[in-house]
Write a protein that binds this ligand. Structure first.
Ligand code: SF4
Ligand code: FES
Length: 323
């Protein structure tokens, strides 16, 4: 299969046909990669909901070099041979990303000081990097009561950005889907039928894929801020999953267990609920060593090892780290 050439922010790469602009950007590196709040590489049909990944196609292809008339969602647009794309080099893209961030925050409460996702929230990073310091929205925000989705997951619908990732996890990882997005438009909400429990052994992965604090771990809520904990790679023999996880410790206590995320914030291997919620004793796990946290966020500060960093934009990095 012959490769096709694409240039993103003046950097050229050859990729296989069918690759999307976002995937090609990830192959080049974080410096040219748009943020993605709904796309998740391991979840089929994800992407196309949040618009944070919009980019400008300044040259369609070698055959038809006309620019595309509107910004396109990079997670859903396949590359064409000779395509040229502007991301951080386009003022228009920067402006639109600011507007998209403002839209995402219209109904989202600014409750980071009490939200368990603070420090590892993609919307927090995006708004810090691209947001406005004040909201222009004068109307009442839509609000919902918190509900328990089963014994281990809390849903705070006020924070949901309707990215559909959790719905796709429930659809694609579990044999029986009992939750989804109910209603349309303003009234859309994540819900289970008559608030029935999502009780299958992989439902906890919904927490890991949620880019904001809408789905949180009831066994961990309000126990500690994530940046006070030390993450370690650890594994165990598990009959239901690969048993490869991150244990988050304070001293010798395990406060929470999560999947291992890559530099894009995506879980590499799903873990089962037994590993996530029930194995909180050090003797349950074989430690491999401190975890690299590949994010440019509060969570990467202080004691964490630094790896390749996810950045919402290169401007988010201090000048010395850009070299
Ligand atoms: S609850 Fe989280 S993962 Fe589910 S749609 Fe809302 S923001 Fe996305
Ligand atoms: S990541 Fe592309 S639209 Fe959400």
């Amino acid at each position: 299969m012959s490769l096709i050439k694409i240039t993103i922010d003046n950097q050229t790469i050859e990729v296989e046909p069918g690759t999307t602009i976002l995937q090609a950007a990830r192959m080049i590196g974080p410096g040219v990669t748009p943020p993605a709040m709904c796309y998740y590489s391991t979840l089929e049909t994800s992407g196309g909901y949040c618009r944070t990944c919009l980019v400008k196609v300044s040259k369609g292809s070698e055959k038809d070099p006309r620019p595309m008339p509107k910004l396109v969602a990079s997670c859903r647009t396949p590359v064409m041979d000779g395509m040229e794309v502007q991301n951080y080099t386009s003022e228009e893209v920067k402006d639109v990303r600011k507007a998209v961030t403002e839209f995402l925050l219209i109904n989202h409460p600014i409750d980071c000081p009490i939200c368990d996702q603070a420090g590892e929230c993609h919307l927090q990073d995006l708004s810090y990097d691209r947001g406005k310091s004040q909201s222009r929205y004068d109307y009442e925000k839509r609000t919902f009561d918190e509900i328990d989705i089963g014994p281990t997951i809390k849903l705070n619908m006020n924070r949901c950005i309707l990215c559909y990732r959790c719905v796709k996890v429930a659809d694609q990882l579990t044999p029986q889907r009992v939750h989804g997005v109910m209603n349309r438009g303003w009234d859309s909400e994540i819900s289970t039928y008559i608030e029935g429990a999502v009780n299958n052994n992989f439902s906890g992965n919904m927490i890991d894929v949620c880019p904001v604090g809408a789905l949180t771990d009831r066994t961990f809520r309000f126990k500690s801020r994530v940046w006070f904990l030390k993450p370690y790679d650890a594994h165990r023999d598990c009959p239901d999953c690969a048993g490869k996880a991150v244990i988050w410790k304070f001293g010798n206590d395990i406060y929470r267990v999560t999947g291992r995320k890559d530099q894009w914030g995506e879980v590499a291997e799903w873990i089962c609920n037994t590993c996530r919620f029930e194995k909180k004793d050090l003797s349950d796990w074989i430690e491999e060593g401190p975890r690299k946290i590949d994010r440019h966020s509060v969570i990467s500060q202080n004691h964490y090892l630094k790896g390749t960093q996810f950045v919402a934009s290169p401007e988010a990095l201090p000048a010395k780290e850009l070299k």
